[in-house]
Design a protein around this ligand. Structure first.
Ligand SMILES: *Cc1c(COP(=O)(O)O)cnc(C)c1O
Length: 340
């Protein structure tokens, strides 16, 4: 195995830095199921405050955080409206339906990653014995690296109030949206009843996501988390990493965005690769390998150079804090070499 120069599969592949590991090693801990872990308590209070919410819940993953949100908001026989390609619908094993008896109503995304509220309205079900109860609207930001337009949040919130829905945001990469749009977390989160945030992606923590919302919602979500086996004990070790990530690694997401753009622009110039660099908004680059028979040889060649790619003819390349500008230049150099 060659030394890894860049692993583009996801921003989840980051390793904790030496500094982060040191902080983890010396973290004070307690049993979080007894609410005794000072690091977890501090992290929850810290992020709740940054999000302008009453409370937060530390979860093992973004999947768990989204799931406990849906379970806490909805009852058996309720319905949530969600994007067709949304993580909570497509990539979480159908958890809301499987474990919560919550029916999903998927809807196609618009080209700007919003859900058209008129189309959402057309899917809402009347109070009628035949129908599930429409209860929640779920949005995602960023989605495939795209940020939701800032003006959309308030519109979605007003729509939900008008239609007696609650509004949840899967904000696994919301920090990327914040940095891209130059706003604070609260500027976005205040429009939502709950927001799920991942610290284990571009921010570089090894484990950890949080759900933020009202005290009542978080109390309910905490019960569901325990039922799902997510009541962690001396979780302060990972909470310390998450708090370190939140304090140190948000502004540097701009580097990931700059690197993604540079990568896209470079790849777009290579005959054999199609890439719309103008579509890059945050840390994701999508490319198409024009000749399908070159897909596997390209991936294999790059892997030999220590560059890890994921996908088929369409590939998604994700930048993160373990990929620096030098690695981007090497990726371009090797790609040019392969397609020459
Ligand atoms: C990564 C991700 C999640 C959560 O994933 P986990 O691997 O469970 O932490 C949720 N939503 C979106 C959009 C994601 O990209």
């Amino acid at each position: 195995m060659p030394e890894i120069i860049a692993d583009y599969r996801s921003d989840t592949v980051t390793r904790p830095s030496q500094k982060m590991r040191q902080i983890m090693a010396t973290a004070e801990v307690g049993d979080d199921v007894f609410a005794d872990d000072p690091g977890v308590n501090h992290l929850e209070a810290y992020l709740a405050e940054r999000a302008g919410k009453e409370a937060a819940l530390f979860c093992a993953s973004g999947t768990q955080s989204n799931l406990v949100a849906l379970l806490a908001h909805c009852q058996r026989g309720d319905e949530y409206i969600v994007g067709q390609e949304a993580h909570t619908y497509k990539y979480e094993g159908g958890g809301a339906a499987v474990l919560g008896s919550i029916q999903p109503q998927p809807l196609d995304y618009e080209p700007d990653s919003t859900l058209d509220l008129l189309k959402v309205r057309a899917k809402l079900k009347a109070d009628d014995v035949h129908f599930a109860r429409s209860r929640l609207l779920c949005l995602e930001n960023t989605r495939s690296g795209e940020v939701l337009p800032l003006g959309y949040h308030a519109k979605a919130a007003a729509f939900c109030t008008e239609n007696k829905l609650v509004l949840h945001l899967d904000g696994a990469r919301l920090f990327n949206a914040m940095v891209k749009q130059g706003v604070e977390l609260e500027d976005i989160s205040r429009h939502y009843d709950s927001v799920s945030l991942c610290i284990s992606k571009g921010l570089g923590a090894p484990i950890g996501s949080l759900l933020v919302g009202s005290r009542a919602l978080i109390d309910e979500a905490r019960k569901w988390r325990k039922m799902l086996g997510g009541g962690m004990r001396q979780a302060g070790i990972i909470a310390a990493a998450c708090e370190y990530a939140l304090e140190n690694n948000i502004p540097r997401l701009q580097d990931d965005h700059d690197n993604a753009l540079r990568l896209a622009q470079g790849l777009a110039e290579i005959p054999g690769i199609s890439c719309d660099a103008s579509a890059v908004q945050t840390n994701m680059v999508f490319i198409i390998i024009d000749d399908e028979t070159k897909v596997e040889p390209y991936k294999a060649y790059m892997a030999e150079q220590g560059i890890v790619l994921l996908g088929g003819q369409v590939m998604r390349l994700v930048t993160h804090l373990d990929i620096n500008t030098e690695a981007i230049e090497k990726t371009l150099e090797f790609s040019r070499g392969f397609f020459a």
